[in-house]
Design a protein around this ligand. Sequence first.
Ligand code: EPU
Length: 338
Amino acid sequence: MIRENISLKAFNTFGVEVSAKYFAEISDENQLKNVLKFAEENQLTILFLGGGSNILFTKNFDGIVIHLNLKGISEEILDENHILVNAKSGENWHNFVMYCVNKNYGGIENLSLIPGNVGTSPIQNIGAYGTEIKDVFRHCKVWNLQHEKIEILNLEQCKFGYRDSVFKREGKGKYAVLEVGFKLTRKHHSIAMEYGAIKSELEKLNIENPSIKDISNSVIAIRKSKLPDPKTLGNAGSFFKNPTVPLEQFEKLTLKFPEIPNYPNGDFVKIPAGWLIEQCGWKGKQIGNVASHERQSLVVVNKTGNATGKEIFDFSEKIIRSVKEKFGIMLEREVNVV
Ligand code: EPU
């Protein structure tokens, strides 16, 4: 079950060639306990890996990579209009969305085609086109490494924020996500179609009252038109978060850049990082093996397939520096750098 010196190229969507000193694939909770015991006895650093869609390896990993590959979906009717759908962490996210869409369960259709696995969805609080995991999240089942037992975390305990959760902060390294439960609608769906790109896609198709399936199809079409498929071009989706700046700073910026796109939120304003990066001349630009995607500059791609993690990291540093110089805004990476 525990293997040594394993290539991680197939386990990260950037397709970066690095190796793990130890690697274990886990398909049930008992195996996890045994592997954790091995890690403790050998004092190994642990890295839990799901779909590898939000990680940048910059060097070989000297500890143990635990690939969580638990499978299974179960359902429980909650009331007339709601169903609880529990998915094990190793289920592919998009396949899970399709399972729900095909059964006409509403709530995650806007999250179609997001790469990665179910288990990482709460870590990132994945979001797209007006929906975030937190909107439908009911609980998750985790293994608490400190208490050495299974625990259930509810919505509040997960402390979700924009691409953020307890798992990235005080709970970092403390939990392995085993299963996630989503509260979805069975009828009376609340369709989220305010996002501009969805509206235009539906108009194009002449759909006025979209079904769950229509929304999912629109999202798939939009994503396919803008975002590169990691199977053919290594990437990890948005490389940076969209920055939020205080209103005052935003107002100063608009004097110099009146066309700056923005999403006001109270005393703060969110600015699309893709716009900032494009304005700095990065869209489609390639240095060595790495490039900013030609259709969405927020996505950094392994253009030749031969990029090292270090090269990708250095490329992202250059982007951060130029955005800081031109706009005085410090971009933060969304991708986890290891
Ligand atoms: N824009 C540009 N140039 C670019 C890219 C974007 O000018 O190269 C500007 C445009 O004004 C555009 C705006 O940015 O209208 C927003 O672009 P888009 O709709 O593509 O969304 P985003 O803010 O760049 C976020 C998420 C995506 C998610 C989309 C749709 C983050 C970091 N990214 O991107 O999430 O799919 O919204 O909801 O919040 C991911 O996290 O991996 C991801 C792909």
